[in-house]
Write a protein that binds this ligand. Structure first.
Ligand code: IPE
Length: 181
């Protein structure tokens, strides 16, 4: 399935340092998220041909536990697997806040977490069935992905950032632009 040609596809990332207080663990900047949501509403209104895939970072949510357990470098021990789950929980908690604000702004946003859809091999995407993302875009929805924990055939587990995920999706979906905020 390919995306209908009449549309412009943009990948937009809201960085973790933008949407969270980087120096205070587990603290979202709701005002910034809300303003970003309103700007997305305005951009979609201005350009009805716009297809947008939104990604966001983890900032002071996922990064704290990710550093403590070294999750990106691999997950083997029981303790490291507990860390993997903690990073997953933190990344998902921020995603929940982002989704609340997007939906509150009237956007048809849907979270499609990479931890449930992607597997990696040595820190690289190995498998990702992107049909759900394509269907969401075709349906006029705003699919949302984020830097997340990923099961990895070589490392046990790892972390892929929003940029890692965008890099894979860019080859699959061929966006006109990738914006990192
Ligand atoms: C980091 O993803 C993911 C986790 C630590 C869970 P990103 O690299 O996209 O996040 P930011 O923008 O650096 O916060």
């Amino acid at each position: 399935m390919t995306l209908a040609g009449a549309h412009e596809l943009i990948f937009l990332k809201l960085g973790g340092s933008l949407i969270t207080e980087k120096t205070r663990a587990h603290t979202a900047r709701r005002d910034v998220i809300r303003r970003s949501a309103r700007e997305i509403v305005a951009a979609r209104r201005e350009n009805p041909r716009l297809h947008l895939l939104l990604g966001h970072g983890s900032g002071s949510f996922g990064h704290v536990a990710a550093h403590r357990y070294g999750t990106r470098h691999g997950v083997r021990t029981e303790d490291e697997w507990l860390g993997f789950v903690e990073v997953w929980k933190e990344a998902a908690a921020l995603n929940h806040i982002v989704l609340e604000e997007l939906l509150e702004a009237g956007l048809p946003a849907i979270a499609l977490p990479a931890s449930a859809a992607v597997t990696a091999n040595n820190g690289q995407v190995a498998q990702w069935n992107t049909t759900a993302i394509r269907c969401a875009l075709e349906g006029g929805l705003l699919p949302v992905i984020y830097g997340d924990v990923i099961f990895d055939e070589a490392r046990g587990g790892t972390i892929l950032s929003t940029e890692d995920l965008f890099a894979y999706l860019a080859i699959e979906l061929k966006p006109q632009r990738v914006l990192l905020v």
